[in-house]
Design a protein around this ligand. Structure first.
Ligand SMILES: CC(=O)N[C@@H](CC(=O)O)C(=O)O
Ligand SMILES: [Zn+2]
Length: 315
């Protein structure tokens, strides 16, 4: 029997967009994108269209997460097909524009790749966010980035949970990928966070250029953290929070949380323990933007994804 390797031939990635300011108070992505709009030399690659783009300019101007509603939840089929009437929430209108410019979502006309640059107040380090465990192009890209970064590290968050997945701005592209770097307070620029983001983008664009030039990428595996559950703060009967993230959990993103470990510290000094049977890996711990979403942190489980070899399809 001859052994044949399984190579998946994928479409060239000719058009790439880099979004900053999907949330108007996340300063690293906003600053990088504005810099690249001024001078794009650093992100230019052969035979590749790379478009730096401020996705929520009005929120950026106000330095707030959004004007009317969270843009990064607005890319549902219902919102995108809403009739163009006057008085639509700003982000709904903007989502429809972005879908026109970079989509339409789900169509062959859509951009190939959208990188969406975010910052978190959580101590997550550099994190790539995937929305599908079967997107070979993105899995290979993430594998490449992780290798290129070593000895520095980068976590991969997989958000394909049927209930917890949300309709992101980047989801307009064929290969949506989020980049979340922290900790960085809202409205603040930190040089280490800025530089980490910039380096990851460089490796990502290098990967795309290599892929487009015909390089074959061998089969690989990627360690990911799969979104499992959102954990809310303890609350009183009026819905007000009654506890804080416990000091033993604060800043411990991606570290194992086991049955019996402290989770919250109530205002009156009681410790609330994690009661789950299985070890989980919390992330987005004490993210500022998630208080309004009733989320103190998110639990994930570890998983290893395998990806076929890929190369560009011959036309
Ligand atoms: C802190 C923050 O904004 N995080 C992003 C994560 C993502 O892009 O998937 C969000 O909630 O939209
Ligand atoms: Zn964000």
């Amino acid at each position: 029997m001859s052994s044949r390797t399984n190579i998946s031939c994928l479409q060239e990635a000719a058009r790439v967009a880099i979004f900053g300011g999907t949330h108007g108070n996340e300063m690293s992505g906003i600053t990088l994108v504005n810099m690249w709009i001024q001078n794009s030399a650093e992100i230019e690659r052969n035979r590749l269209v790379v478009k730096p783009f401020i996705s929520n300019p009005r929120a950026v101007e106000k330095c707030s997460r959004y004007i009317d509603t969270d843009l990064n939840r607005a890319f549902t089929p219902e919102t995108l097909s809403a009739p163009d009437v006057e008085g639509l929430p700003y982000e709904v209108q903007r989502a429809k524009e972005i879908n026109q410019m970079f989509g339409p979502k789900g169509s062959s006309d859509a951009y190939d790749v959208i990188f969406d640059l975010h910052n978190t107040t959580s101590n997550m380090g550099s994190t790539l966010i995937l929305e599908s465990s079967t997107d070979l192009f993105n899995l290979q890209m993430v594998h490449y980035i992780k290798k290129a970064l070593a000895p520095h590290t980068c976590s991969v968050l997989l958000n394909e949970h049927p209930q917890l997945k949300y309709s992101t701005t980047r989801s307009v592209a064929k290969h949506p990928i989020g980049l979340e770097v922290g900790p960085q307070p809202q409205g603040v620029l930190r040089s280490n966070v800025f530089e980490s983001m910039r380096t990851i983008l460089k490796h990502a664009l290098d990967f795309i250029q290599l892929f487009n030039s015909g390089v074959e990428f061998p089969p690989c595996t990627v360690d990911v953290f799969r979104v499992q559950e959102r954990m809310d703060y303890p609350r009183d009967t009026n819905g007000n929070i009654t506890a804080m993230v416990h000091p033993h959990l604060q800043d411990c993103d991606w570290e194992p949380l086991n049955h019996g470990d402290p989770m919250f510290l109530t205002f009156d000094g009681r410790t609330v323990l994690y009661e789950g049977a299985n070890t989980v890996y919390p992330t987005f711990i004490n993210e500022a933007a998630y208080y309004e979403k009733q989320q103190a942190f998110m639990t994930t489980c570890r998983e290893i994804l395998a990806a076929n070899a890929i190369r560009k399809a011959c036309k």
